[in-house]
Design a protein around this ligand. Sequence first.
Ligand SMILES: CC(=O)N[C@@H](CCC[C@H](N)C(=O)O)C(=O)O
Length: 377
Amino acid sequence: MGTRIDFNTDPFIHIRRELHQIPEPGFQEEKTQTYLLNYIRDLSQDHLEVKTWRTGILVKVHGYAPAITVGYRTDMDGLPMTEETGLPFSSSHQGMMHACGHDLHMSIALGVLTYFSETQPKDNLLFVFQPAEEGPGGAQPMLETAEFKEWKPDRMIALHIAPELPVGTIGTKTGLLFANTSELFIDLKGKAGHAAYPHQANDMVVAASHFITQLHTIVSRNVSPLDSAVVTIGKISGGTKQNIIAEDARIEGTIRTLSIEAMNLVKERIEGMAKGIEASFDCQTSIDYGANYCQVFNSEKETNDFIDFVKGLDDVEYYESPKAMTGEDFGYFLEEIPGFMFWLGVGSEHGLHSSKLNPKEEAVDVAIKLLINYLKR
Ligand SMILES: CC(=O)N[C@@H](CCC[C@H](N)C(=O)O)C(=O)O
């Protein structure tokens, strides 16, 4: 059996390119929401109902003999980075880029929705266009809304593009797929001074440098070698001018762990080290953990059913994915609703969160047809 189906997916490449040009930060996806709503309102409304929540959208497709409701979620936000792909349809939003594939995720969701707006499914479907996956997290607050609760699905499905897998490959596994995450923001406050009089100041550039070096010992010296964790510092800032000793510095990063225990341990060590930095450099520190996401845990029965389905297809390849230290607030849906997330191969030389990410668009056709076939069984 294959995923061949008489449905033209070419328009969704065009849609992907249009969405690619308007990446917006979490909870500011206004243009994206307007674009999606305009498209959805042009579909046959015979068995559709639409609700909005902040910058998100929920679309219920009423089945003709529903036994359950199956939810399909896409994220919507872009990342604050400058695109360097050189593509003719590059981002038109200065300093913002769809560098995590959410433009593909949305166009795929629209493709599947379009098919089921024309061909009524047996069961109900709920298409969830969720804001702010990259932060501060839209899934958890969306789950708590009256709008979502009224249409709460019995199953939840989502995909994520996988640049390292070739087009035509579908990867997933039962159980733990993605890590627990916590953002990390550390502010340091010392005493400014003249560059020539260091003895009269408390330099936060030096304090932040020592702190970062110490943070990198947590994974190698505190977390068990049999467990896994990541502490990545992605941004540092501080100071005002090259010849002024810096009064402030800010360290920004993310923590990833495979267990809650390891997350707690990492945070305890960061807090302990902060006290040491305060004593060593006579400064104040404050720590903010920003957005925290729970792990993505694929339910056994639903994931195995999907894996069997994928293995039965002759035009896609199943790949048993290892766990990844990526985070995804889709994990919150899976905490309450059985379901799974899977990787969609898009064969890009450059990975997720790269300014050169360039997914192969043939993957849009693969995903739309795979999902239509899976959902119409
Ligand atoms: C799939 C993916 O890349 N997800 C993001 C989620 C970010 C969570 C949060 N903003 C953080 O940085 O901890 C990821 O970076 O894994």
